[in-house]
Design a protein around this ligand. Structure first.
Ligand code: IPE
Ligand code: IPE
Ligand code: MG
Ligand code: MG
Ligand code: MG
Length: 302
């Protein structure tokens, strides 16, 4: 409760920071193309924008200049494009076969499968174009850009989706479940939390390592809560169908450990995230927004 107003402010600030970027994600000359319309349909449907919010929070915490805030907004745009493409493909009949996303019919339900596949491809390619544009103007951002590509790929999100699909209908061990969840959800969250640091700091130093650890805890919290909400929440609240993981025999924290077991793991990550926030404070960084976010991720109901 104590953090409710702080989170409301952060959601509002993120929205006003990132919405104009999202609205202009594609050049005006291609906006009438059916694939771009499908991509924009999913992009503007109203996601929580958690990943852009983390980029915003880290940028503020690290005291980025106005010029770097502008660059960070471009990274946030690229990341939200990648996230939205991952959702469009995740919902396809060949993957999770879902018909509701962000409170409206999934992209393939609205535009057909072929256009939905292309819409995902177009979002991913546009994201890379944006990253190349950034590094052309600001070569010092090349580590952050290549790191985003790495975390979106087989060592990150796609790798996690690959394990997710391969584990369906199978009983997997806890180690593989952690690997799956860290990659499929944790990787893009790591990218969000750390990208602003890579614009100004050394990826190998202690602060970078603290941010990676914080992101790992937050990423796991995010996905464990997603797994819990799949059982305890409703389509009306979530804007996506629930009860899917059990139906599809998915490997999740809940299907493996039960609701109570999953809640225990969520609490472990919550405690760990708060202790990293305290370390960041000791290192001279104001982590109050991340403390509020940790509380939000622990309790979120959508
Ligand atoms: C959904 O992500 C996919 C997962 C990683 C669980 P979000 O819950 O961030 O989805 P949106 O962006 O708010 O729709
Ligand atoms: C998907 O995880 C994570 C992605 C990389 C898109 P889920 O399949 O659990 O996400 P939801 O529940 O459909 O949003
Ligand atoms: Mg999935
Ligand atoms: Mg899914
Ligand atoms: Mg899920």
């Amino acid at each position: 409760m104590a953090f409710e107003q702080q989170m409301k402010d952060l959601f509002e600030k993120t929205a006003s920071w990132i919405t104009p970027e999202l609205e202009n994600a594609f050049p005006s000359g291609v906006r009438e193309d059916i694939t771009v319309k499908a991509a924009m349909y999913s992009l503007m449907a109203g996601g929580k924008r958690i990943r852009p919010m983390m980029i915003y929070m880290s940028s503020k915490m690290l005291g980025l200049t106005d010029e770097d805030m502008h660059i960070a907004a471009k990274f946030a745009l690229a990341l939200e494009l990648i996230h939205t493409y991952s959702l469009i493909h995740d919902d396809l009949p060949a993957m999770d076969n879902d018909d509701l996303r962000r409170g409206q019919p999934t992209c393939h339900k609205a535009y057909g499968e072929a256009i939905a596949i292309l819409a995902g491809d177009a979002l991913l390619n546009r994201a890379y174009e944006i990253l190349f544009e950034i590094t052309k103007d600001h070569p010092r951002c090349s580590y952050a850009a290549s790191n985003m590509a790495r975390l979106a790929g087989i060592c990150g999100m796609i790798g996690g989706q690959s394990i997710d699909i391969a584990s369906t209908d199978k009983l997997i061990g806890l180690d593989l479940l952690y690997d799956l969840q860290k990659k499929k959800t944790g990787a893009l969250i790591e990218c969000a939390v750390t990208t602003p640091y890579y614009l100004i700091g050394d990826p190998a130093d202690d602060k970078a390592q603290m941010l990676v650890k914080l992101a790992s805890d937050l990423g796991l919290m995010f996905q464990i809560r997603d797994d819990i909400l799949d059982v305890t929440s409703s389509a009306e609240v979530m804007g996506k169908n629930t009860g899917k993981d059990e139906r599809d025999d998915k490997a999740t924290f809940v299907t493996l450990l039960g609701l109570e077991g999953a809640a225990g793991k969520l609490k472990e990550e919550y405690d760990s995230a708060l202790s990293v926030c305290r370390e960041l404070e000791k290192a001279g960084l104001d982590s109050s927004d991340y403390i509020a976010l940790t509380d939000y991720l622990f309790n979120r109901d959508k």
